[in-house]
Ligand binder design. Sequence first.
Ligand SMILES: [Ca+2]
Ligand SMILES: [Ca+2]
Ligand SMILES: [Ca+2]
Length: 120
Amino acid sequence: MINLRHGGFENLHRKPPYNSIMRYGDPGQFPGIDTNCNNNGDAVFTFSQGMRAPLNENVLNENIGVCDNIPFDWTGNGMIQNPVSVSINGDALLGNLLDSPDWGSLILNFRAAGSGWGNN
Ligand SMILES: [Ca+2]
Ligand SMILES: [Ca+2]
Ligand SMILES: [Ca+2]
């Protein structure tokens, strides 16, 4: 069993900074995580390291994109702008979208090793 929700520490979906197979959509569960900061999956299936900067949907800077200062057109209008206000996770709300360090939250539920061995 793993102790993760689809936004990592929360149930908020489709957060671009949250780069994990736990995330719905692309990047995320089926396309894999984004390894080159273009916000599309690259067929790498792993968990988030929690190292991406938050994205505040009220004041997004398209010049710096989702990581590595690679521009991303969040508003989809063909122009790289700063600032823009737009919801980028598929809901109608503007909020601060946070990455989440999955590896620290993973709980691996091993059975007690060796139980029943050599003592019957
Ligand atoms: Ca990518
Ligand atoms: Ca734009
Ligand atoms: Ca939103």
